[in-house]
Design a binder for this molecule. Sequence first.
Ligand SMILES: NC(=O)c1ccc[n+]([C@@H]2O[C@H](COP(=O)([O-])OP(=O)(O)OC[C@H]3O[C@@H](n4cnc5c(N)ncnc54)[C@H](OP(=O)(O)O)[C@@H]3O)[C@@H](O)[C@H]2O)c1
Length: 336
Amino acid sequence: MSEEINRQWTLSSRPSGFPEESDFELREAPIPVPDHGELLIRTEWLTLDPYMRGRMNASKSYTPGVEIGAVMTGESVGVVVESRAEGISGGDYVLSRSGWQEYSTQHVSAVRKLDPAVAPVSTALGVLGMPGLTAYFGTLDVIGPKAGDTFVVSAASGAVGAVVGQIAKLSGCRVIGTAGSDEKIAYIVDDLGFDAGINYKTESVSDRLGELCPDGIDGYFDNVGGVTTDAVLDHLANGARIAICGQISQYNSPATEMGPRNLRSLLVAQARMQGFLVYQFAARHPAALERLTRWVANGTIKYREDVVEGFEKMPRALIGMMHGANFGKLLVKTAG
Ligand SMILES: NC(=O)c1ccc[n+]([C@@H]2O[C@H](COP(=O)([O-])OP(=O)(O)OC[C@H]3O[C@@H](n4cnc5c(N)ncnc54)[C@H](OP(=O)(O)O)[C@@H]3O)[C@@H](O)[C@H]2O)c1
């Protein structure tokens, strides 16, 4: 990392379909100077999350897209280089919404101070951050797992899905995950304790769900949408609860893909399907983080990080995630 300049990844064009590296531009800017009440932060860890694909579009989703020429949006963990604020000193680690850049200034009220003694600071972007909180509230609040339930989660080896399945196991459910490789399936079953897994790229999800869930599916945590979700809807138990967390199979489709009209399955099973955003539970994030931190510290919840070295690899790593190249929470470590 250069001492004099601040490298930034900006959005240079809006993709139609899968993004390409040419949709981003690496720029150099001066290192910003902190004002009163602000911190100068040097980024050490950046997160790459599926929602970033939506921010590359012009259309407004639940928040507006990134402007052409603006720094790509996202959270990072960094070390404080200079503090002009009370309560945080040089050398402290903080979580902030820096965007894709090597340095940023942030008001002290906009950061979360991290304690490296509690957990590795990178976990604030994964299991002890937004993805972990998404898993926590989507599973416990939106679905409400009950002991003995049959519970299915898609993108099961990923940042959100891996935590979902483990929380569902803690709640006494039989848990089945879908993922895109045999290695990912072996991981969720052998390392995380899921009861079974389905490789949606090589197996018929509907046939396998029929075999694995003879009494139907009580809880479904949907990260992917598309054909996987269509297959789940064919196997609902009475009173099934479905959390719509993400639809990654649709994020790179230029037009909304129309699926089979199998909503009759919701009617027959008297099922409930509910979309949610992690931010709607913001008031309860601190308490949930405390609980997740205890679970991680005592080994109840395991996590896996997929670390890409080098700030210059941000676009390539994001594109890779859209093809399932990541195995665990995708992070980029800066060279500094
Ligand atoms: N509602 C909220 O507040 C909220 C918050 C955070 C995340 N999310 C959503 O949660 C989902 C998971 O996010 P994450 O951060 O945990 O990502 P992740 O699972 O760590 O990474 C994304 C994974 O999606 C899978 N995937 C990619 N294309 C796919 C396709 N066409 N069909 C099926 N699977 C595909 C790939 O795994 P495979 O190899 O298994 O295909 C890829 O590794 C995303 O949809 C995201 O948008 C929602």
